[in-house]
Design a binder for this molecule. Structure first.
Ligand SMILES: C[S@@+](CC[C@H](N)C(=O)[O-])C[C@H]1O[C@@H](n2cnc3c(N)ncnc32)[C@H](O)[C@@H]1O
Ligand code: SF4
Length: 305
């Protein structure tokens, strides 16, 4: 009988899940987005519930009552059929009395596939956070990078999460369209802002938007395109300019919105934080400062995923 929690390396988790118990629920990913390393070198599978429960039991022995947060790996654990996901979250809730929430990465299509009732049940059993990769609101770009989701999917998926009281944390990727195409960059920025404006709920619940900056990891399709010369990365000024256009186009109807905006991931050149759309002006000033003071930007060799 094994006494160590099983992991299929390498594993990826959001920075905000740094203190969470990581439990491998799925391995790999069925989608093959051009920029992502989560789908590489792993055969996709959803693990047997009994194996996942065994890992939770081991964690219970190791950490006792200390577990407050669980993040279910891998890159898209929302693909797990609703009944299986429910069984696992319910079990975790029973096992750890101080558990505040479980969280997953979630592709929009796998949120949409679940009924409102299923999402509500999952939420009631402790699944309270979903990290959704929007990447862009521009359908042409989403198609070009093989995201298998559209702007409309994101709006529907977000509404379903809000209705079930599952907190949304969405990521977008600065520089996704590459350099030498200012029109594409502008559309990426404007359509992404329009997506976020349309996603904004009408109440004051907290939700999260993070902008990462494109990295080109070895093994990805985008890496091969870069090697062939058909994809060129944006420089730090183009990246900030794109972010500025995004920010200029943010306009929430709901003036009580509580959207926590972050662009302070290790991949970003300039750390930015604020609440939208309240801090829009301050954020644009920070971007302008970065554009005129390049020495404040994170050096290339410090960037990472
Ligand atoms: C592990 S993925 C999980 C997302 C989830 N499967 C989905 O499709 O919604 C987490 C996020 O990291 C970001 N990411 C992945 N590869 C990246 C790259 N090469 N450069 C920058 N950000 C990247 C994307 O925003 C992606 O949605
Ligand atoms: S971004 Fe999400 S859906 Fe796309 S390959 Fe990575 S983990 Fe899978």
């Amino acid at each position: 009988m094994r006494d160590k929690i099983y992991y299929c390396e390498p594993v990826f988790r959001p920075p905000s899940e740094g203190y969470s118990l990581l439990i491998q629920l799925t391995e790999g990913c069925i989608y093959k987005c051009d920029f992502c390393i989560s789908n590489l070198r792993k055969q996709f599978l959803v693990r047997e519930v009994e194996d996942v429960k065994r890992d939770l039991n081991i964690a219970k022995k190791q950490y006792g009552q200390r577990i407050k947060k669980i993040f279910f790996l891998d890159g898209n654990a929302m693909v797990t059929p609703a009944e299986k996901l429910l069984e696992v979250t319910k079990y975790a809730k029973e096992l750890f009395p101080n558990l505040e929430r479980c969280a997953v990465y979630a592709h929009a299509k796998d949120i949409i596939k679940k009924s409102d009732e299923q999402l509500r049940e999952l939420s009631d059993s402790g699944l309270r956070m979903a990290y959704v990769g929007f990447e862009s609101g521009y359908n042409k770009l989403l198609k070009a990078v093989n995201k298998h989701a559209t702007k409309e999917d994101y709006i529907i998926a977000s509404k379903k999460l809000f209705n079930a009281d599952i907190t949304l944390s969405a990521t977008l990727i600065n520089g996704l369209g590459g350099a030498d195409n200012p029109e594409l960059s502008e559309m990426h920025a404007k359509e992404s802002a329009d997506l976020i404006n349309k996603t904004c709920p009408s109440d004051d619940r907290k939700w999260y938007i993070a902008f990462l900056t494109l990295m080109v990891p070895q093994g990805t399709e985008i890496y091969r395109e870069k090697a062939k010369g058909s994809f060129k990365e944006m420089d730090q000024f183009e990246i900030l300019q794109e972010l500025k256009i995004f920010m200029q186009n943010i306009e929430f109807e709901n003036k009580n919105a509580n959207c926590v905006f972050r662009s302070n991931h290790a991949s970003n050149y300039l750390p930015i934080k604020g609440v939208l759309d309240r801090d829009k002006g301050k954020i644009i000033s920070t971007i302008n400062y970065g554009l005129t003071h390049p020495e404040v930007m994170r050096p290339e060799f410090y960037r990472g995923l």
